[in-house]
Design a protein around this ligand. Structure first.
Ligand SMILES: Nc1ncnc2c1ncn2[C@@H]1O[C@H](COP(=O)(O)OP(=O)(O)OP(=O)(O)O)[C@@H](O)[C@H]1O
Length: 229
């Protein structure tokens, strides 16, 4: 589905991704882990650029509009599916079909308040779920998420992970939750200082691989695990 070799990405002089080669096949569920500043968000944003037509992207920045309702923020996920006149009328007087669909989606995400509520009045966890609802409402085959459950409790996070997996063929997600990375994903990729240090399939990964990546003692691991790449 996507492949690149020796990818290098910089912000001015700051190296963020360092000669990274990667292939991700359609249907894979890939977790991306690594310490803060390792280059995870930069890699994810690049993957989204490459997969844009078929992917929904839930970024850390969210890009929600505070002055609009939860309904309209979620509806933004469907803007590209409709004529601009339909979108404009729906902005002023929402149509029944998207209202019902978004009500149902918000119910699944445990957003138990009226969807007419303004974004500016929501909590961090509620905003994160509105951003997730907008991504789900895009109905794309690939989900790209940058810590999309970071503000949620673990039970809610796992419930929403199930939902994301059920609705997307391919999932590529940055997350810090070790147990989810180990138990849910087909493959775990680890970055350190912009370099690919781990690439291990589900059957072979264990928590010590992740601990070593986070403790910085991953250099020996790299040569073993990258054979799977
Ligand atoms: N807009 C920017 N301008 C300059 N440097 C940046 C910018 N965004 C990120 N960086 C730098 O690029 C490197 C990679 O950043 P990135 O956000 O991809 O890391 P990350 O692994 O996602 O971190 P975190 O877990 O904290 O979100 C870091 O050293 C960061 O300081």
């Amino acid at each position: 589905m996507i492949t690149f070799e020796n990818l290098t990405l910089k912000y001015a002089d700051k190296l963020a991704i360092d000669r990274l080669s990667l292939t991700i096949e359609a249907g894979e569920k890939v977790a991306i882990i690594g310490t803060s500043g390792a280059g995870k968000s930069t890699l994810l944003a690049h993957l989204y650029l490459l997969l844009k037509d078929n992917a929904a992207y839930c970024s850390q920045k969210q890009g929600l509009v505070d002055s609009l309702s939860a309904y309209h923020n979620v509806y933004m996920g469907a803007l590209a599916r409709h004529h601009w006149v339909y979108n404009l009328v729906n902005l002023i007087a929402p149509f029944k079909k998207p209202l019902n669909e978004i009500n149902e989606l918000c119910r699944e995400l445990a957003l138990d308040f009226p969807i007419s509520k303004k974004l500016s009045t929501l909590s961090g966890g509620q905003r994160q779920r509105v951003a997730l609802a907008r991504a789900l409402y895009q109905e794309k085959s690939t989900f790209i998420g940058d810590e999309p459950f970071s503000a949620l409790d673990p039970i809610m996070g796992k419930r929403l992970l199930d939902l994301v997996f059920a609705r997307h063929e391919t999932v590529i997600m940055v997350l810090h939750d070790k147990s989810s990375a180990l138990s849910y994903f087909d493959r775990v990729i680890g970055l350190s200082q912009g370099q690919l240090k781990l690439d291990i399939p589900h059957e072979e990964i264990n928590s010590s691989h992740i601990d070593e990546l986070y403790s910085g003692s991953v250099s020996d691991l790299a040569s073993d695990t990258l054979n799977h790449a």
